[in-house]
Design a binder for this molecule. Sequence first.
Ligand SMILES: Cc1ncc(COP(=O)(O)O)c(C=O)c1O
Length: 406
Amino acid sequence: MFDIQEIRSQFSILDREVNGKPLVYLDNAATSQKPNSVLEVCHAYYTELNANVHRGIHTLSQLATEEMELSRRKIQKFINAEHDFEVIFTKGTTEGLNLIAYILTQKLQKDDEIIISYLEHHSNIVPWQMLCERTGAKLRVIPIDENGILQMDHFDQLLSEKTKVVSVNQVSNALGIVNPIEEIIAKTRKNTDAYVVIDGAQSAPHFNIDVQKMDCDFFVFSGHKMYAPMGTGILYGKREILEALPPFHGGGEMIATCSFEGTTYAGLPFKYEAGTPNVGGNIALGAAVDFMHKIGHTHIQNHENALLEYAQRQLLEIDGIKIYGEKANRTGVVSFNLEGVGIASDVGMILDKMGIAVRTGHHCTQPIMNFFNIAGTVRASFAVYNTFEEIDALVEGVKKAQRMLS
Ligand SMILES: Cc1ncc(COP(=O)(O)O)c(C=O)c1O
C-alpha cells in the first residue's frame, strides 16, 4: 500500500510554512528532505554512540564501527554490489568522481581519450579536464539533439582504441533525461577496454540500482539526494579494479604499515577511506536505504513518474512555456522557461513568495544551457513525498509569475 499522507508524516519539515504559505518543496534534485527515522539515527548516534571507528578497543568505538559496517552492507544490497568492501564511503558524488579521475592518472597517456556527454553536471566534467591536464589525454563529448537526447550514432564514432574512460550520468540533473547507459556500457565493452564510470547522483534516489547487472566499473552517488544527511555519498568500484589502482588520500585508516622508509596500504575498503569518516552520517545513510526499501522501489518510481507526467501535462497548457527535454524519456525533473517573461530567477522568486521551492539557474550544467542558448531554467524536481496538489500549486504559481512578469 502506498500511503502518501503516511509518508509525508515522516517528514516534519513538510509541515512548516514559508512566507506564510505551506511549504511546497520541489528542489529534490538539489537535495531531498530527510525522514524522521534518518534524523533519529543521527541524533541517537551523537547522544548514545559517538566514538571514532575501527581503531578503538572500547565499547563505544566497537558499537559505532559495527553500525557503520552494517550500513555499508545495507548499501551493498541497495546497489547489489558483489562485496561489501566494494562500497566506499565518500562525501558525495563530487568526491567520488574526483577520486576516480585521480586514481586513473597513471593509466592514461597523451592522446588517450575520455568520453563524457553533453548532459553532465560540472562534477562529471571538471575532474576529467583536470585528468587531461595531468596526462595529455583528450576529452570527447557525446552531443545531444534538440530534445536533449544523446546522439548515440556519434557515440559510436567517438569510441576507439584510444578511449580509456567513458563517464556518463544515468539521469541528467538539469533536464531529468534518462540516458541509455545499458547501450553505452555494452558498446564500450564491445569496442574498447575503457573504464566505465556512472554518475548515479540523480538515479539512485529513483531507480533500483544493480551495479552487477549494469556491469559498470564505478558507480557514484550522493546520500543527501536520497533522504540521507549532507556530506554522505558512495563510490562503488569493482574489486579487481580498486585493488589494482593506487589510493587517493593518504593518512590514517588507509595504511597497513607506516614507517619513514615507506608505507603499505590497507585492503579494501579502507585503502580509499583515509581519515575519520562521517560516522553518524554514514550510519544514517543506511537508515535512508531502509526508508526507501520500506516504501519499495516500484512504488517510489510509479509515484514519481505519475507526478512528472501530471506536471508536464499541466504546465504545457500554459501559453509560451518551453519544457527542455519535453520529448525525452525522463524522471523526477521538469525544467522550463516562460518565453519572453524575464529570467528564470524572477519566476523562482515569485514562486518562493508562495512557499514553493524550485531551483533556477544553470544547475551546474553550463554546457547544456549554452546548447539551448539560455542562461538558466526553472527546475521543479520531485521526491516520493510530493503530491499532485503540490503540482497544482506549482502550476498556479507559474501562471501568476507569467501574469506578473509579462
Ligand atoms: C548528476 C549529478 N552529478 C553530480 C552531482 C554532484 O553531487 P554532490 O554535490 O552531492 O557532490 C550532482 C548534484 O546535483 C548531480 O545532480
